[in-house]
Design a protein around this ligand. Sequence first.
Ligand code: SF4
Length: 335
Amino acid sequence: MSGVPDTARTPGQPLMRIKDLAKTFSLKGGLFGGETDRVHAVDGVSFDLIKGETLGLVGESGCGKSTTGRCLLRLIEPSAGEVWFEGRDVLRMGGRELAALRRDMQIIFQDPFASLNPRMTVGAIIGEALIIHGLTPTKRAFEDRIIELLETVGLGADHVRRYPHEFSGGQRQRIGIARALAVSPKLIVCDEPVSALDVSIQAQVINLLEDLQTKFGLTYIFIAHDLSVVEHISTRVAVMYLGRIVEIATARDLYTQPLHPYTEALLSAVPIPDPTAKRQRIPLTGDVPSPIRRPTGCHFHTRCPIRKMPLCASEDPKLKPAGPNGHMVACHLRG
Ligand code: SF4
């Protein structure tokens, strides 16, 4: 295996290694339906995922974080790059090997209502994967396992014959979590799992995910568009902009010593619990540029509040080491 650059590694045993992951989508049109444009959704993403950690993946809508998560599980086929899971080459896996890998890697979706089949009972939804993977040899074992999973996520045995529409948003997300847990995965990609929930319910779901991580030794990739959501659950945080990681660091370093101007701007919008404390808001002007026609040089230069050099518009800054504990940043002025 050609390795992930040393600088993207952190101490600990990697469960997963991602190198130069890319995903482009073709836009077709015109008289003959040929390719008219390309969307660069994910562009050269590399990182190691350490066993037992939670990596927060953060950025504005359209930055490629969800596409990255789906590419890792091959729910979307990447265009290029490498994905290794426990030393196995995920992108070269075929039918049965890939199906077996799906036991190890699960996903929880943003919208707990849209992701649950409204015509299936909760028991059938949670039990589907048990049947597919042949995990419960008898009907009794199947039923016991479903009840065990419901109780694990804070629901009761009496919920087993009910339908998704009978539950609140928070309860539906618990059903989604139980479905992911059914196959005893090692990794769960949590794709904005609390974004659709009320703030009071968000904390409950995040606490549940933390408890489950401790209990089952899970590793998470936690995708969010808001740095405040991932602050307490993340071991490390990677900030994405226009398909690339622009900064990655331990959660503590990222929140106390952010280096990339984009991270600083996102952090300045995070509310501080202490009402007497003041944080200067760094406004981000303009919209995120189109991933079809990205700006030259540093992709962030059209919105960067501290853009200082002609180099910013002409040369693409690489992600490079910028501090202890694997802190890396892609900015000509930092690092
Ligand atoms: Fe801003 Fe230049 Fe750094 Fe890009 S390289 S983030 S434009 S200072």
